[in-house]
Design a protein around this ligand. Structure first.
Ligand code: ATP
Length: 590
């Protein structure tokens, strides 16, 4: 234990423990002090066994002295037990679950404020692992480890110090034998961290493979690809099994060697003790007491390597938690912005996605006037969605400024900025709650009547009323039985309820049949009244009435104007329009 590397590790573990404990640090430190006090008393209790034996082995037997030393033994044991009670899991009132809760809440807040672009780089399973198993492992192991570690260190130290007063030769034997464990410890520590990191990575990858496999099962079945993906999952399971096997084999071997070392110590003590009793340089009481004490140390010493494994798992798990906590939120610059309108302006905006070579947006400068309808058109991958994402601060552009109402959006809090937007996507996510709560999510606190009014305006009241429990029908109960158009209209009801001044429509009617399209279009007409409306459109016929059309190509705005102006110009828009007209004609003649 006096070895520098071991000391550093103990210190690091202590520091990690303080970090995990967060605002309960003082209780953690207090708990360690109580544990230390407990194990000092435990060592003293073991030493008092010697005094009891001396009294019992004397002729005649000194019964009253034996009883006094027994009382002392009882006092030390009680003090040890009581202080362990105060130390346990920081204190006996349940601090540990509070630490776990606190850490999860901090992680939850981090996910809420993390730039969406950064969030998108994680696999679902990775975040799942950080929030659940890694938090569990970090905190639970912290609770386990503090007591175990101090038990292994302090009790033997007290006993060995006491042994010097009983028989220095015995103390030397124990001091020589015990440090032999240090090379084992060092070897285990070196390989341990790498193993635990590998295991952590393999488990996170497996969790994310499982989630992706389950989420994508419907698509995989439809494309008859279950076999190929199951193979990836199977390989992940095998990899985790192999890592576990190798860790168990290594750890068990080292533990058996350590157990053997302790047994050899006992045999050496018994053998030399017998010789020294024989030449009258040591008493029978002393040999008996030393054998009892050293065998009592066996249990904590034999779990010594298990403790190092726990220290490694805790450090590796908390490292993953810390990686998530270290992601910087999008800063909100001071002073907070005051806005005068809902115009949206891009000034020389360049944006490149993380890890991509090509720019998604190049020198985009455009003003989208408030209370008007602007359409983004252009080929797939041209940057239309990226423009809408940047308005909501999905990420900050590498160059340029985005303003709303004349104010830089970096000067707006996330809550304020997002309160200005309603978005209707093609894919509508419904939470596993009732229909009414699914709509109310857009405006928590809205009354039932407000929600129903929004649903009526979005033309979904009728189909909701026909569901088994009307508005209280659980989305989980009806599963995928809502049609695309119905889901769209629920999404529009959310947007109507939110009543935000800027509405983004990501081509919501593109995937619908004609009947649903008419219903959804009616709902949209209600939603966009008096709003700044931005429509991402592939089918140009749906936006020919827009106040302004921006034609985007390879991240640049290449044309802008009204439909008639752009047609007259005979450029990119004209080509897109003509191509779509030709497709329509083919459909009619086919
Ligand atoms: N999360 C992402 N990470 C990396 N690259 C991305 C990401 N999202 C989009 N891109 C890339 O940025 C470019 C612009 O994408 P964007 O989604 O803005 O295009 P779009 O015009 O909306 O396309 P579509 O009409 O197909 O939706 C594309 O090259 C795309 O591959």
């Amino acid at each position: 234990m006096s070895d520098a590397a071991a000391y550093a590790t103990f210190k690091q573990t202590y520091e990690t423990g303080k970090e995990i404990a967060g605002k309960y640090q003082h209780l953690y430190t207090r708990s360690l002090l109580f544990y230390s006090f407990s194990f000092i008393n435990q060592g003293l209790a073991y030493l008092s066994i010697y005094l009891i034996f001396v009294a019992l082995f004397s002729t005649p037997v000194e019964t009253s002295a034996a009883l006094i030393w027994l009382a002392l033994f009882a006092v030390f044991t009680c003090l040890s037990g009581i202080s362990r009670w105060f130390a346990h899991d920081f204190d006996y009132t349940g601090t540990l679950p509070r630490v776990m809760h606190g850490l999860r809440m901090t992680l939850g807040d981090k996910l809420r404020t993390m730039p969406l672009e950064r969030l998108g780089r994680y696999k679902t399973g990775e975040l799942n692992a950080s929030l659940s198993s890694n938090v569990d492992e970090s905190v639970t192991m912290l609770g386990m480890i503090s007591g175990m570690f101090l038990d292994v260190v302090i009790t033997p130290l007290v006993v060995v110090t006491g042994l010097f007063f009983i028989d220095w030769r015995m103390a030397v034997i124990v001091m020589v034998m015990m440090p032999l464990a240090i090379p084992l410890y060092k070897r285990k520590r070196q390989s341990g961290m790498a193993e635990k990191s590998d295991m952590g990575r393999a488990n996170a990858a497996l969790e994310s493979n499982i989630i992706e496999y389950i989420q994508g099962l419907a698509v995989l079945r439809a494309t008859n690809q279950t076999g190929a993906n199951a193979k990836r999952l199977y390989e992940g399971i095998i990899h985790v099994r192999d890592l576990q096997k190798s860790t168990i084999v290594k750890t068990t071997t080292l533990m058996l060697v350590l157990d053997a070392l302790i047994l050899v110590t006992l045999i050496v003590i018994g053998f030399l003790g017998s010789l020294w009793v024989g030449d009258a340089t040591m008493s029978v009481a002393a040999v008996a007491a030393v054998l009892v004490m050293v065998s009592r140390l066996m249990e904590p010493m034999s779990i010594f390597l298990a403790i190092t494994a726990v220290m490694d798992i805790m450090a590796a798990s908390f490292k993953r938690v810390k990686e998530v906590l270290a992601v910087a939120p999008l800063d909100v610059e001071e002073p907070q912005a005051e806005i005068s309108s809902y115009d949206v302006e891009f000034r020389s905006v360049d944006f490149r996605y993380h890890g991509q070579e090509d720019m998604a947006l190049k020198g985009v400068s455009v003003r989208i006037p408030g209370q008007s309808m602007t359409a983004f058109v252009g080929p797939s991958g041209s940057g239309k969605t990226t423009m809408t994402k940047l308005m909501m601060r999905y990420a900050d552009p590498q160059k340029g400024v985005i303003e709303i109402g004349g104010a830089d959006i970096r000067h707006m809090s996330q809550g304020y900025l997002l309160s200005m937007f309603s978005v209707v996507f093609q894919d509508v996510y419904l939470f596993d709650e009732s229909i009414i709560e699914n709509i109310r999510i857009a405006k928590p606190g809205a009354s039932d009547e407000e929600v129903r009014d929004a649903a009526r305006a979005a033309h979904c009241h009728e189909f909701i009323e026909r569901l088994p429990d009307g508005y209280d029908t659980g989305v989980g109960d009806i599963g995928g039985s809502l049609s695309g158009g119905e889901r769209q209209r629920i999404s529009i009801a959310r947007a109507i309820l939110k009543d935000a001044p800027i509405v983004i429509l990501d081509e919501p009617t593109a995937a619908l049949d004609t009947e649903s399209e008419v219903a959804v279009q009616n709902a949209i007409d209600k939603l966009v009244e008096d709003k700044t409306v931005i429509v991402i459109a592939h089918r140009l016929s749906t936006i020919s009435g827009a106040d302004n059309i921006l034609v985007i190509d390879k991240g640049e705005i290449v044309e802008s104007g009204k439909h008639d102006e752009l047609i007259a110009k005979g450029g990119k828009y004209f080509n897109l329009w003509s191509a779509q007209q030709r497709v329509k004609e083919w459909h009619i003649s086919a």
